[in-house]
Design a protein around this ligand. Structure first.
Ligand code: PGA
Length: 253
């Protein structure tokens, strides 16, 4: 009942040439039938968004942004609003990716405002949550993820939350080659769905898609996707190679 959703987060990689080429090979490599059964998005750096939107326009591939600002417009030098992202053809925006939380220092409160601004601006947020290695070792995973979900969605109505995708990305698995086992992923995904059920209702919790992210690759995509509460993948490194990303999408069918 939940349509699989695979997104490729390019992070601060590619250039105008390699980004467009990657987008074009994905567009030509994605079959019509696969594109119908899986929602696919690519999330390039801001500056390449318009070129990538154009390059994927022949295929069922949406484009997202890696970040967004909380205000609509005005004197916020260097920031980009949800309205601007929509204007250039974006559908999704990541909120609270672990690199924004831990490298840039974004707080749960700021991330909450971003989720809200993204929905108000007519885009679909992907709210990223996940624990650090020391938090997992200290058995604080449930507490951390629960806090990030509750704070990230604070004040949002059920109607608004139905626009949200959650991405569970254990920080220790991101870019490290260490993937959570399918059982570890399922355990946290089930917890997230339970929290959503408590915050809203069971029906909404059943409808919201929860992606797994953290060293997802063709070799582990099928076993992750086989888990009951894993509805898709948020892919970093492996989304930069069209063959790998297409194989991951295929595993989600
Ligand atoms: P990775 O990144 O697949 O390179 O681990 C995932 C992410 O940060 O979204």
């Amino acid at each position: 009942m939940r349509k699989p959703f695979v997104a490729g987060n390019w992070k601060m990689n590619t250039d105008s040439h390699t980004g467009v080429n990657l987008a074009k090979s994905l567009a030509s490599g994605l079959s019509e039938s696969t594109g119908k059964s899986v929602d696919v998005a690519v999330i390039p750096p801001f500056v390449y968004i318009p070129a990538v939107v154009e390059a994927v326009s022949t295929a069922r591939i949406a484009v997202g942004a890696q970040n967004v600002y909380i205000e609509e417009k005005g004197a916020f030098t260097g920031e980009i609003s949800a309205a601007m992202l929509k204007d250039v053809g974006c559908t999704y925006a990541l909120c609270g990716h672990s690199e924004r939380r831990h490298v840039i220092g974004e707080s749960d409160d700021l991330i909450n405002k971003k989720v809200s601004a993204v929905i108000s601006g007519g885009l679909l947020p992907i709210l990223c949550v996940g624990e650090l290695l020391e938090e997992r070792k200290a058995e604080q995973t449930s507490e951390v993820v629960s806090r990030q979900i509750k704070a990230g969605l604070a004040g949002l109505s059920a109607e608004k939350v139905s626009a949200v995708t959650i991405a569970y990305e254990p920080v220790w698995a991101i870019g490290t080659g260490l993937t959570a086992t399918p059982e570890q992923a399922q355990e946290v995904h089930a917890l997230i769905r339970k929290i959503l059920g408590e915050m809203y209702d069971g029906k909404l919790a059943e409808e919201i898609r929860i992606q797994y992210g953290g060293s997802a690759k063709p070799e582990n995509a099928s076993e992750l996707m086989a888990q009951q509460d894993v509805d898709g993948l948020l892919v970093g490194g492996a989304s930069l190679k069209s063959d790998d990303f297409l194989a991951i999408i295929q595993a989600a069918v």
